[in-house]
Design a protein around this ligand. Structure first.
Ligand SMILES: Cc1cc2nc3c(=O)[nH]c(=O)nc-3n(C[C@H](O)[C@H](O)[C@H](O)COP(=O)(O)OP(=O)(O)OC[C@H]3O[C@@H](n4cnc5c(N)ncnc54)[C@H](O)[C@@H]3O)c2cc1C
Length: 422
């Protein structure tokens, strides 16, 4: 693999052949996450495709000319022509492979795939999920000198990284941007020496063997395992939702509210998340209509008072969405009045959904004792129904799901495990 500068770009990239170019930056965790994947794939595909990288900060004009706006960004060139596909952010190995395979013949791809050698690595502790629960467990275990690996299908940080502001995490006088709080948590755990495998595809989980396969070829085994996979937003399951997900229907205000400057939006839900996020969206949107199934909000009193004082927000109580349809730039939301059973249509520029969460347990649902809502049951040491398998954070059965409670669970599991390992 070669490091090049803008001066060498024409000769190394545009002169011909197949090239993949990685624009990276320093102090960039997603760049650090993609670097070993890029190197590994260079060894595999290097005979057919040139792998080059360029330091973005020192080659800014070229990066801008090529449309590179964030780091890392991977660009693909074939005979001097840039592919319209670019990869950026938490880039998965499978995403890069997909692009590389498209540049080669089917036969050659098959030959290359035969060269992939499965690997096996062993650790004291394997943590699945790098949100606050997993990161805290990783920190404590690392400080107790346990050889620990943290695996996440996304970049580290969990839900906190997409929360606009956190005002109730102790130790900070002012509210902290969620991305910053999660970044600091992640860097603290990483600096201690915990191994990170992030933005990977988790292709198999074997709880009996305490084994996880990532990116189809890398088996990671450990003496103990902690499940810290958190929760995902519930979907409404009404017609049009799947089709418009990410295309007008969003589940993350921090990610998408900024696209609704002076626009009208609908927020579905009435609990704490819905109320707090509606308040945040009102910094951008000109009008927000909340649709809530009950005849009163279920958020805490303080959040409710703030919401009701906000002139931009109104609430449609005792209503439920029935369908979503795109009409040009607008989304038509059909809502039913649960008391009168009449159906009406709301026109908006976008819809945000905050109707609760479900535990991320799909890959091991049948193996562990769960509560009636599907959350993992644990004892006071965070041990699950299986020996050596612990669970922490939002994915476990408990009353309150907060950053502080996830962090506390991670602490308890790590101390219990460290004692057992000793
Ligand atoms: C909109 C919103 C606002 C919030 N605001 C606050 C607040 O202000 N204060 C507060 O205290 N709490 C807040 N919370 C709650 C808080 O974010 C959670 O309680 C906390 O993040 C839980 O941490 P966790 O580590 O258990 O899980 P998460 O933060 O959900 O992290 C789980 C991690 O596991 C990963 N993962 C999932 N499946 C797999 C898999 N199969 N393999 C590997 N990795 C996987 C995910 O990618 C993720 O990184 C908020 C939540 C939301 C949704």
């Amino acid at each position: 693999m070669k490091e090049i500068t803008s001066a060498e770009f024409d000769q190394e990239v545009l002169a011909g052949g197949k090239v993949v170019l990685d624009f990276y930056s320093t102090e960039c965790p997603p760049c650090e996450a993609v670097a070993p994947k890029f190197e590994g794939l260079a060894a595999l595909y290097g005979k057919d495709i040139s792998f080059v990288k360029m330091f973005r900060q020192q080659n800014k004009p070229l990066a801008e000319r090529l449309g590179v706006r964030s780091s890392p960004t991977l660009l693909f060139f074939d005979n001097g022509v840039q592919s319209p596909v670019t990869l950026t952010g938490g880039i998965k190995r499978s995403d890069i492979i997909h692009q590389l395979d498209n540049m080669l013949s089917k036969e050659r791809v098959e030959e290359i795939k035969k060269e992939i050698k499965p690997t096996v690595s062993e650790f004291d502790v394997l943590i699945l999920g790098a949100g606050p629960g997993g990161l805290t467990a990783g920190l404590y275990l690392c400080q107790s000198k346990a050889n620990t690996v943290l695996i996440d299908i996304a970049l580290p940080g969990g839900q906190v990284s997409t929360t606009h502001e956190v005002s109730n995490y102790p130790g900070f006088i002012d509210p902290q941007p969620g991305y910053l709080l999660s970044h600091n948590m992640s860097e603290q755990t990483k600096q201690c020496g915990t191994i990170y495998k992030v933005a990977v595809d988790v292709t198999k989980i074997d709880l009996e063997k305490k084994e996880v396969v990532v990116d189809e070829f890398e088996t990671i085994r450990a003496k103990k395992m902690i499940i810290a996979t958190g929760t995902s937003p519930n979907l409404m399951g009404v017609p049009g939702e799947k089709e418009l997900k990410g295309k007008g229907i969003s589940y993350c205000a921090t990610c998408d509210a900024k696209y609704y400057d002076d626009k009208e939006v609908i927020v579905i839900g009435g609990g704490n998340s819905a109320v707090e996020e509606a308040d945040f969206i009102s910094r951008f949107a000109s009008k927000i209509t909340m649709v809530h199934q009950f005849d009163a909000l279920t958020a805490n009193k303080q959040a409710q008072e703030k919401l009701l004082a906000n002139q931009k927000i109104s609430v449609l109580f005792s209503h439920e969405p029935r369908s979503f349809v795109r009409d040009g730039d607008k989304i038509i939301t059909e809502v039913e009045d649960l008391k009168t059973k009449t159906v009406s249509k709301l026109v908006s520029d976008g819809v945000f959904v905050f109707i609760g969460m479900k535990p991320n347990i799909d890959l091991f649902r049948d193996k562990l004792a769960l509560d009636q809502w599907g959350y993992i049951k644990t004892n006071e040491d965070m041990l699950t129904s299986m020996p050596g398998i612990y669970a922490v954070g939002d994915v476990i059965s408990k009353k309150y799901r907060q950053i502080t409670t996830a962090v506390a669970d991670g602490t308890i599991a790590a101390i219990a495990i460290a004692k057992e390992l000793n």
